[in-house]
Ligand binder design. Structure first.
Ligand SMILES: Nc1ncnc2c1ncn2[C@@H]1O[C@H](COP(=O)(O)OP(=O)(O)O)[C@@H](O)[C@H]1O
Ligand SMILES: [Mg+2]
Length: 312
């Protein structure tokens, strides 16, 4: 294992009976980076994380987490990590402070270390003065920050965050990514799962997983440059759904997807397709504000790759 890697995964597999939830995946996570693990519900993200946290036995394959083998050294793995589970592992009926104290005891923090870290958690969670509130009464965004604070109370070098931004409003989601950035700036390695494709932009490296298999791997820049070779046209229309229904039937439309009032269409030839689209929309009296060539977003790339998988 290169000393630059915090996590090295090789052929990791999980079968539940005859069903393969995670199918021989391999990847490496560099120390201190934000590593995004993207995929739809059921893709195998939580199962992978639970194996990497040595909470679930793998069916095949290996992984080193913080230099320790998940199969041979599960206790050392657990000492090296923080884990925020998908359902935020807080006790709803305890107060904010009681939750922090609980995690402090689990991690064996000394009294002075706990006092210092408690201040830090209350600060990053913006919960100063709210120590006695019942955790269950906090809104999603505050719970999420408290759960993250508790997961890294013992200053682990590696932290696993399983869909930390699910069920949280967009503003709190953005703020939460700032917090993840702060952790990474302190040298903590962060492996974070999300089904929000647009959140991939916040990660240094990403894998996209589908039905237990990795279908793409790289930095946001590499992913944008290496997959979609054909031009993408963006059509702006107030009638974007009608425009899509019409355009997606055309033999030259490679793939189409809607983003708000914009339609993205992959095409083989920019000039020819531009003419075709103008003609079609005019003929069907679908108003449009403009047609522009754009460079693909990560979402475009992921939708394209998932489409390719679905066609297999
Ligand atoms: N204990 C289990 N027994 C059987 N199937 C499971 C179990 N845990 C997860 N699965 C299945 O494995 C697949 C991957 O689940 P999961 O890892 O939770 O996906 P994700 O976190 O990406 O949404 C799903 O089809 C899920 O139903
Ligand atoms: Mg999950």
């Amino acid at each position: 294992m290169s000393s630059d890697n915090a996590i090295v995964v090789e052929g990791l597999t999980k079968r539940f009976g005859s069903f393969t939830a995670v199918d021989s995946i391999s990847f490496e996570v560099k120390k201190g980076e934000i590593f995004g693990f993207l995929g739809a519900n059921g893709a195998g993200k939580s199962t992978t994380i639970r194996m990497l946290c040595a909470l679930l036995q793998s069916s095949a394959g290996t992984a080193l987490v913080g230099g320790f083998d998940i199969n041979k050294d599960p206790d050392r793995v657990k000492e090296s990590i923080g884990y925020m589970s998908q359902k935020f592992s807080l006790y709803e009926d305890l107060t904010v402070e009681e939750n922090i104290n609980f995690f402090g005891r689990v991690y064996g923090l000394t009294r002075s270390a706990l006092a210092e870290r408690k201040k830090w958690v209350l600060n990053i969670a913006s919960l100063e003065g709210q120590e006695n509130r019942i955790t269950g009464a906090l809104s999603g965004g505050w719970k999420q920050r408290l759960a993250l604070g508790c997961a890294v109370l013992h200053r682990p070098p590696i932290v696993f965050l399983d869909e930390p931004t699910s069920g949280v409003d967009p503003i709190m989601r953005r703020k939460f990514w700032e917090l993840i950035n702060d952790l990474s700036a302190e040298g903590v390695t962060v492996l974070v799962t999300t089904h929000f494709l647009e959140e991939a932009e916040y990660c240094n490296d990403i894998i996209l997983i589908n039905a237990g298999k990795i279908i793409a791997n790289g930095s946001p820049k590499e992913l944008r440059e290496n997959h979609i070779k054909n031009p993408i046209l963006e059509v702006q229309s107030r009638n974007v759904v009608d425009a899509m229904e019409l355009i997606e039937k055309q033999p030259w439309a490679l793939d189409t997807s809607v983003f708000g009032s914009y339609l993205h269409v992959g095409v083989p030839d920019e000039t020819a397709a531009r003419k075709e689209i103008e003609l079609l929309l005019t003929q069907h009296q679908i108003g449009f504000e403009g047609i522009e060539r754009i460079s693909p977003s990560l979402e475009d790339v992921f939708i394209y790759l998932l489409d390719q998988e679905a066609k297999k």
